[in-house]
Design a protein around this ligand. Sequence first.
Ligand code: FAD
Ligand code: NAI
Length: 476
Amino acid sequence: MSDKQFDVVVIGGGPGGYVAAIRAAQLGFNVACIDEWKNAKGGPALGGTCTNIGCIPSKALLQSSEHFEHAGHAFADHGIKVEGLGIDVAKMLARKDNVVKQNNDGIVYLFKKNKVAFFHGRGSFVKASDAGYEIKVAGANEESITGKHIIVATGSNARPLPGAPFDEENILSNDGALRVGAVPKKLALIGSGVIGLEMGSVWRRLGSEVTVLEALPTFLGAVDEQIAKEAKKAFDKQGLKINLGVNVGEVKSGKNGVSIAYTDAKGEAQKLEVDKLIVSIGRIPNTIGLNPESVGLQLDERGAIVVDDECKTSLPNVWAIGDVVRGPMLAHKAEEEGVAVAERIAGQHGHVNFNTIPWVIYTSPEIAWVGQTEQQLKASGRAYKAGTFPFLANGRARALGDTTGMVKFLADAATDEILGVHMVGPMVSELISEAVVAMEFKASAEDIARICHAHPSLSEATKEAALAVDKRTLNF
Ligand code: FAD
Ligand code: NAI
């Protein structure tokens, strides 16, 4: 047995792991969290992919690049004159790094406040014992700790393109994509998923000529078709060149950039020469160095840790959450699972409702949704009513100068229960929460239609779309 014994040991300090550790500590457990992420100086950088090379830095760059775009294109309409507009990429990246650091430091503070013991290094299973599971921590020093319960929250890594590994100089994962030191003249993205659209938007706004190569023939297949079409129209207008149905062939990285051979949707051979390439074709669960074999922890064929609906693994008292298990790879999904697992360990009934996990793509226009799409409802044969309301008819959107997009409600034809809410437009990342709350409480579209919404606000579009389900919009 090791010298340090804990009730709960969490491996991984991303949004799943650090939140699980805090919740377990709140419930009175003696908790340790192990995380190996290093900052530029080799010190700890808690928060995982989300904080270091994911959600937070990407949103910082999206904000900076949006300001730049507004200054260049939108300010003139307001009578604001801008002369000598330029972008200092080094400063923009330094600001982003500072935002990341504030989040890293915030988690260190939260661990101290909640008395979570933090170990900086790589955690790996050694063996099961009567006291629980022995975990080796390989960091500056090597030590061994034991936990009665283990929560694995080791996250995911970017999936490389076969034959074209990330060099983070020319062929970039999300990590390199957030550190490009100068605006590339020509940028390609392989994969028009969430990262492709967000990172493509950042660099297009700053002046790159951006080409996106997507294997599937449909744009954003998981998004409601009507919403995806509206978004595609907006991206096309912005100059994002999105090529669907392509087959990427040889990718060569050299002194002058990257050359990409591909066949387009018509089957014609094409070649693209760019300064940088971002590969954003999904992520793979990460169990590198965890040594799951030593205790017989079961993985599936994708390398994800096998869990049941309650995040229980194949081993007693070993749990797994977040990107390393099935389900959407989203920070808030990881957090919810972390809280639920800590509560289950305490004998409570933690629960995650997978039907009401919101999705947001932070492009401009933003895209957000919760629940089922129209195509899913059709496929399942469920009778539904739909109602839409365009931001074009919303006073606040007009005042903001951004009337792109719409809010769409899907409700059960007989009971009026809300089955899905889909949005594309300004600030819909914030508007979607109302729909999530409504669906959690099994609200009907009429419930939303009868609630007083502030005027003038974008949220009035939500109320009006709910009214539209019953064909009685007031402002359209
Ligand atoms: P991670 O955040 O990956 O954390 C895992 C941690 O475990 C890491 O710190 C890692 O170093 C550590 N670790 C791994 N193995 C070990 C080990 N053996 N020992 C010790 N430590 C270990 N999601 C959203 O919801 N909203 C967004 O806006 C969003 N934007 C994103 C943008 C980008 C560019 C990317 C790449 C992802 C984005 N995501 C977003 C997804 C989100 O980042 C992940 O879903 C989330 O980070 C998963 O959390 P996690 O705790 O499961 O894993
Ligand atoms: P993704 O799954 O969103 O998109 C990958 C895209 O690449 C798909 O459209 C797929 O068809 C395409 N693709 C796959 N192989 C290809 C190939 N060989 N050639 C061309 N296209 C190919 O994955 P992405 O963008 O890498 O992001 C990973 C995950 O990170 C997301 O699924 C999401 O869970 C999370 N994320 C969430 C964000 C948010 O919530 N705002 C932001 C960024 C990432």
